[in-house]
Design a binder for this molecule. Structure first.
Ligand SMILES: Nc1ncnc2c1ncn2[C@@H]1O[C@H](COP(=O)(O)OP(=O)(O)OP(=O)(O)O)[C@@H](O)[C@H]1O
Ligand SMILES: CCCCCCCCCCCCC/C=C/[C@@H](O)[C@H](CO)NC(=O)CCCCC
Ligand SMILES: [Ca+2]
Length: 600
């Protein structure tokens, strides 16, 4: 490989040791220059970082957390694995450190005489360095912490001469300016009532200081009512002046951003959203999410954790993650967009019940989940779907959608080339048929779920469909047929363990491009409007169920946490319609892949 041109290389002082520091087009590296009288602070030569105010504590805390997890595991095999990995990690690391230029957040000169940084923050200066190396600059950069968290770390280099110090600062600033994907001006919407109602505090204390550090200017709107952000984006916002829009809230706030931005883009391009077959125009502005909601599943599945600082740093470095969006129609009328879960039956009923208990905060989902599980309602209807047979990947794959996902790239390419659909033949299922490439399945279902992405969240770290992809142009249609309460519980619990929730006789999963659902008791002429006429048709059902352990005729659709007004819907996936300030979940070293001995 061709060697990168060296832009700068100097011997600079760092924590009272001399380091060879160099910067090229992609990397800032620093490596300790061995001396006879090498100073090892506190007797511990910790391998995780050579400098920075929080490094030693962070390293110790990290080891402690590993030990705690290890202790909890009670598993000799994994313990041995942990310890060998830890030993390897400790012994294999030297004192050199590298930071990708794309993950440098800011650089600033340090006023050594006054001990004050030029951003007004105070810092204790080591006596030796101020005397011998009187000029200094601080580089802030992304450091990876536990479980996909990112943190802002600082390293301060001291120089002999002021000119050299300025040269370093200027060169790094030039490098950062050349990174065109980074946002400079953002429009931020804060929902003060999402999740635990901490949105404003989270933004002011954790996010705004990072945006200031990275010289990002913002216009901030604290929403005053539901759909405030959606309507502002759709009609009023002067989007040309922004490099992205950011929401502080949960999945509901993110959904508002998607609706505002997608509708605005279609309107500006003369696309009719009411036509289910219409190809939608992708949005150019990226969306950032600072998690402050109850489920935060979009954040969790695109970043790997629902952590405000991590999300802010992904925005600052200008990450871009494309995402599929499903459009939901009823009788050629547009209803809503969905990016995560479209759920009828169990998840629809959980949501409908939990909406009446918003005052409980995030705990409402646990309460309503338990209650809905006990009611054990099933629903009859017909599901028709167009299988995605021309693509890479299946819902039963062991591979996961991760940063730089090849399957998303490959299938996204296929979609943009408008590849013809290839249909399967010869179904071997008694209650299903094929019609022009569409498969039709009739039955009694406890749940019908369409997961356009994994839907991983703190409640279910692997998600509803662990192998689903963020940007492959498909959704995973999961059909859970009527079964005993015990079996349904086993299925639900498998969402929280390593076991396969699809490996059960009453569950099937299909990767699809489009699907339709018609409830059995659907009135074809005047389709029942659930919002206006929320009554369930118990009487009709009772005629079919003489024993009368009644299920209502209709459930509702949970569309990313919003209830849809119709039960009969048609859904189409729009490949990579939006982009997020994220990069997908990054692969982590070893310990994430260890078997979890606590799994059910
Ligand atoms: N100022 C406001 N007052 C009342 N409701 C609002 C306001 N701003 C936004 N909303 C609505 O609040 C709903 C819930 O918000 P949000 O998604 O932020 O939190 P959540 O529901 O607790 O989290 P999650 O969606 O992750 O479960 C959204 O659907 C949004 O439309
Ligand atoms: C009895 C034991 C039960 C254990 C079951 C665990 C299964 C958890 C799966 C969680 C799936 C979350 C899917 C995400 C959906 C979001 O678009 C939506 C908006 O935030 N959240 C909900 O509807 C909130 C839905 C919350 C459901 C619990
Ligand atoms: Ca998808």
């Amino acid at each position: 490989m061709e060697k990168q041109p060296r832009l700068l290389a100097s011997q600079l002082l760092l924590k009272n040791s001399l380091f060879e520091v160099s910067l090229n087009r992609v990397l800032l590296t620093w490596k300790e220059i061995p001396t006879k009288k090498k100073r090892v602070s506190g007797g511990i030569h910790h391998p995780f970082k050579v400098a920075g105010p929080r490094s030693a504590t962070a390293a110790l805390a990290w080891i402690a957390s590993l030990c705690r997890v290890n202790w909890m595991a009670h598993n000799l095999a994994s313990e041995f694995f942990f310890m060998s990995w830890l030993t390897f990690f400790i012994t294999s690391q030297g004192t050199s450190h590298g930071v990708s230029v794309s993950e440098i957040l800011a650089v600033r000169e340090l006023d050594v005489d006054s001990g004050r940084k030029d951003d007004g923050r105070w810092q204790k200066m080591p006596q030796k360095s101020t005397e011998a190396y009187p000029y200094a600059f601080t580089v802030s950069y992304v450091e990876r912490a536990w479980q996909h968290r990112w943190r802002c770390s600082d390293v301060t280099f001291h120089c002999l001469e002021g000119a050299l110090c300025q040269q370093w600062v200027q060169t790094i600033r030039e490098q950062l300016t050349a990174l065109t994907s980074r946002p400079k001006h953002l429009l931020v919407y804060i929902n003060p009532y999402g999740g635990k109602q901490q949105g404003e505090r989270i933004y002011e204390q954790k996010v705004a200081p990072l945006f200031t550090l990275a010289s990002i200017s913002t216009d901030v709107i604290v929403t005053e009512h539901a759909n405030h952000a959606r309507d502002h984006l759709r009609t009023e916002a002067e989007l040309k002046q922004y490099d992205g829009v950011v929401c502080v809230g949960g999945d509901g706030m993110f959904s508002e951003m998607v609706h505002g931005l997608v509708s605005r883009t279609q309107r500006d391009n003369g696309v009719d959203q009411n036509s289910p077959e219409e190809k939608l125009v992708p949005c150019t502005l990226r969306i950032g999410i600072i998690p402050a909601g109850s489920t935060d599943c979009i954040c969790y599945a695109t970043v790997g954790i629902n952590d405000p600082v991590t999300s802010a740093l992904h925005i600052i470095v200008g990450d871009a993650q494309p995402m599929d969006v499903c459009s939901v129609h009823h009788n050629n009328t547009f209803l809503r967009y969905s990016v995560s879960l479209l759920g009828y039956g169990f998840y629809g009923d959980v949501l409908a019940d939990s909406e009446r208990k918003r005052w409980m905060g995030p705990a409402r989902y646990d309460f309503s989940g338990f209650k809905t599980f006990l009611t054990h309602h099933y629903y009859e209807g017909t599901v028709s779907f167009l299988p995605a047979t021309d693509i890479l990947g299946t819902p039963r794959d062991k591979t996961r959608c991760r940063a730089g996902c090849f399957i998303c790239q490959h299938n996204g390419q296929l979609y943009s080339e408008d590849a013809p659909e290839i249909c399967e033949t010869d179904p071997d299922v008694s209650d299903s048929e094929y019609k022009g490439g569409w498969r039709v399945i009739r039955g009694k279902f406890l749940a019908i779920n369409a997961a356009s992405m994994s839907c991983a969240c703190p409640r279910s770290p692997k998600g509803l469909s662990p192998a689903a992809h963020l940007a492959d142009g498909t959704t995973d249609l999961i059909l859970v047929r009527k079964c005993s309460r015990f079996n349904f519980l086993r299925h639900l619990l498998r969402h929280t363990s390593k076991y396969d929730q699809f490996d059960m006789t009453f569950v099937e999963v299909h990767r699809v491009r489009r699907f339709r659902f018609t409830p059995r008791y659907c009135q074809s002429d005047s389709e029942l409007d659930l919002r206006e006429n929320g009554k369930r048709l118990f009487s009709q059902i009772c005629r079919d169920h003489p024993a009368c352990s009644c299920s209502p005729a209709y459930s509702s659709w949970n569309c990313d946490g919003e209830i849809l007004p119709h039960a009969a819907i048609e859904v189409g996936v729009h490949c990579q319609l939006i982009k997020l300030f994220a990069r997908g979940i990054e692969e982590q070293p070893v310990f994430e892949d260890l078997p979890n001995p606590c799994a059910v």
